[in-house]
Design a protein. Structure first.
Length: 443
């Protein structure tokens, strides 16, 4: 029995609805340790997840055994789990979204089809060479380059059938430079969905120059100051401060601050957040969500006003509304859940130089050890790895060794943003200006 025959088999079972999610992923990954390129790693994995519904009960099972026997056993396990599970009253009203055919989105780069292991090694070697050329005394302490190819297939007993997937090149390089007893590193990491978007010479050069620049970093002092924050660092702020609270699952579980605030102002009027899973060649873009519901472009926040609550099938049933196509499922081994695919943050009207001029005196944060914020308390605590002193709108010198503490809710009410954005793992995120941020430091 083939995977695409499973839906037909499930339709003959005594269930109200059933779905099949098939994922086939392969990747090549090459590491660098102390300038030495390590043997390449090649991994492939394929599997199927089956979910069944009946009388308000649901069952799920997954397998990577794609033989007829393995698929049969997976179906039986899902049915067994369903029979023994507790009743979910909302599932009685809406067991599963009907799904549909989503309009195709270009997410797979044809350049990956001919990419071989030796090509990936060659790209990695070019990064290392660019590091050494930019700063001869540097060492690539750690680096990795990973090429991912994923194909997905979704089917359900209502006749929904959709194929998707993506390609991506994920990278992380950390050159190290030592001089006169001092040691520093530069970090370049992100992901691109097209090979043509990856410039190994540029990545290596930027990382090396950052490492060299940080050798002359001054130690931060305990103070309160304004900070311009790079897209890589403030991306979690928009997810924790906006997206998290716009998810219907968090509203239903009383974990959201946006409960009963649809149509009301919840953040600065300067912030507009759009969920756009239809942008080509971006991580997170997809034609349908993890339940087969076609995705759409939707405004979550419009000038600080909550415009859309994000639903998957189960959560939509609770409020007796339609799914907005927000069931996220990244692996066949998990049924997934309510989530967001990718976002674009709009509303800024300044360039980065203008934003720095607007700040005047302050600091610019480029990289921290662990960017993030608590979505409920709003607590922001980040360990500074790469930052710079700014005086009268001009970058003066690097700084290090400090912990930034702030309140995310206050940041989202008072921030300024750039009009240009950076591609942060698929999402378009601007630079922001956060005011009166406290810094705890050694100095």
């Amino acid at each position: 029995m083939k995977v695409d025959q499973l839906a037909a088999k499930l339709s003959r079972l005594n269930v109200e609805a059933a779905e099949v999610f098939n994922s086939d992923e392969s990747f090549m990954k090459v590491y660098v340790e102390n300038d030495r390129i390590q043997p390449i790693m090649e991994v492939s994995e394929a599997g199927v997840g089956v979910r069944t519904y009946k009388d308000g009960k649901t069952g799920f099972s997954a397998t990577n055994n794609l033989t007829e026997e393995g698929l049969e056993r997976c179906v039986e396990t899902a049915l067994s789990v369903m029979r023994s599970s507790r009743v979910d009253e909302e599932l009685r009203r809406c067991p599963i979204p009907l799904g549909g055919k989503g309009e195709e989105v270009e997410t797979s780069d044809k350049g990956f089809e001919d990419l071989e292991s030796r090509d990936l090694v060659a790209l990695c070697r070019r990064v290392v060479e660019a590091v050494k050329e930019a700063v001869p005394e540097s060492i690539v302490q750690f680096g990795s380059l990973k090429a991912v190819k994923t194909k997905n297939l979704y089917m359900n007993t209502f006749g929904s059938y959709n194929e998707g997937g993506f390609t991506a090149l994920k990278y992380n390089f950390k050159p190290q430079v030592s001089s006169e007893g001092k040691q520093s590193e530069g970090i370049e990491q992100n992901a691109v969905c097209k090979l043509s978007e990856f410039n190994p010479e540029d990545v290596g050069r930027r990382a090396a120059l950052k490492a060299k620049e940080m050798l002359r970093a001054r130690v931060l002092k305990t103070l309160e100051a304004d900070w311009v924050i790079a897209p890589d660092e403030c991306e979690p702020y928009f997810y924790s401060g906006v997206v998290y609270h716009a998810l219907s699952s968090n509203m239903h579980r009383k974990r959201s601050k946006f409960i009963d605030k649809l149509g009301l102002k919840v953040a600065s009027e300067k912030i507009t957040v759009v969920e756009d899973p239809r942008k080509p060649y971006r991580l997170g873009s997809c034609a349908v969500d993890g339940e087969g519901t076609p995705t759409t472009v939707k405004t979550v926040l419009d000038k600080g006003v909550l415009k859309t609550v994000l639903y998957n099938g189960r959560e939509a049933a609770v409020d007796n509304v339609d799914s907005t196509g927000n069931h996220v499922r990244s692996h066949y081994g998990s049924p997934g859940g309510n989530g967001v695919h990718r976002i674009t943050v709009l509303g800024g009207d300044m360039s980065l130089p203008e934003l720095l001029q607007d700040m005047g005196d302050g600091y610019m944060l480029i990289k921290s050890a662990a960017a993030g914020a608590d979505p409920y308390t709003g607590a922001v605590n980040v360990d500074v790895r790469e930052a710079y002193r700014v005086e009268r709108g001009e970058v003066k010198y690097p700084v290090r060794k400090g912990v930034l503490t702030a309140n995310l809710n206050e940041i989202l009410q008072t921030l300024e943003m750039t009009k240009e954005t950076g591609n942060v793992y698929g999402s378009d995120i601007p630079w922001i200006l956060a005011k009166a941020v406290h810094v705890a430091a050694e100095g």
